[in-house]
Design a protein around this ligand. Sequence first.
Ligand SMILES: *Cc1c(COP(=O)(O)O)cnc(C)c1O
Length: 433
Amino acid sequence: MKYYSTNGKAPLATLEEAVVRGLAPDRGLYMPERIKSLSGSFFEEIDKMSFQEMACHVAQAFFGEDVEEKALNDIVCDTLAFDTPAVKVEENIYSLELFHGPTLAFKDVGARFMARLLQYFIRKEGKKQVNVLVATSGDTGSAVANGFLGVEGIHVYVLYPKGKVSNIQESQFTTLGKNITAIEVDGVFDDCQALVKSAFMDGELNAHMNLTSANSINVARFLPQAFYYFNAYAQMKRLGKGDNMVICVPSGNFGNITAGLFGKRMGLPVKRFIAANNANDIFYNYLQSGKYEPKPSIQTLANAMDVGDPSNFARIIDLYKGCHADISAEISGATYSDEQIAQTMRQCHATTGYVLDPHGACGYQALKDLLHEGETGVFLETAHPAKFKEKVDSILQADVQIPERLAEFMKGKKLSVPMSAQFSDFKEFLLSR
Ligand SMILES: *Cc1c(COP(=O)(O)O)cnc(C)c1O
């Protein structure tokens, strides 16, 4: 299968090229040339399959032309070593908990899948070591570092701003060792991103080492998120609630929901989608007005969704050939202020006992506001509330338990390389490796 760029000015790429490059040379996002439908019998049998089994079918449709069948199934099974259970919160509203992966974030799946796929291509072609550079303000770094941990042939450099990342997050990528190097930059997130960008553009550095990015727009990180939607449907079908299923996705860069839209194109019977936003309401406004007007992001309680120019908007436009009417027929929007998010968390906790994190709270509230009679709502709970413990505790006046896995990270010894925000220092460091 070939991949084209949403900007239409780059040559078609193979899967391997699309994965290694991330962004197309014309700065567009890669899209697969075809989206294959899955058979009726697959959907009839899906409720009898394990998460891994159904995901193998989905992965074959995406990547089966480019990766040997057994290798691909191994990658899927290794990636999905945990379940994403749908937990009933109240009548007709379910929380699909995506946070049971190694760093308790839904980004774990995409990160691990990409690591293993890249490893597959490196081995197949006998390439020398590949080096992944990733700048993080917290969550992406931990998911990528853990996804790539111990994967032979790949070294990961995580750049993060000194003093600007929570302790829990920092411990998730600075305590790992092995093929993960954490770099503590004396600056802000934008400095980290600038260092990474400069490194990709530096000829001498690229001649010295193979560099690649693990950006969230990478097809290998983005497409595997479709697995979640099939698992949601299978679980609802088991409960006799597979018809009229509405899926609500707390969205920032819109990668997760776009993977769901791909699922629907493959035949997954989702009635419609809701994109839940925090105060960053660019997509919501687009649905209302037909105009896409990116703005600088606003800091909110649900900070992984603080995005003012969602990168996957280009994929949504491409998928619907730019037709606003078709987009708004399949996706509704909602936007919530921090005050509303906190109020929702308190209301849900008081009436149902369920502890939402600030991102999931947007999803839950959008279902409360927009679900119709006869529909079953599933919202994606994208992070474990303990990842935002301070905020959640103070909003709920509670003491959220830190899961064992998270506590383990915090016991580890922090190892990081101090670095100035000067590119010359970073370059010298990389050249010495
Ligand atoms: C990344 C993230 C989101 C947003 O996902 P997108 O694919 O960028 O829309 C939502 N919640 C959490 C906790 C995240 O980490």
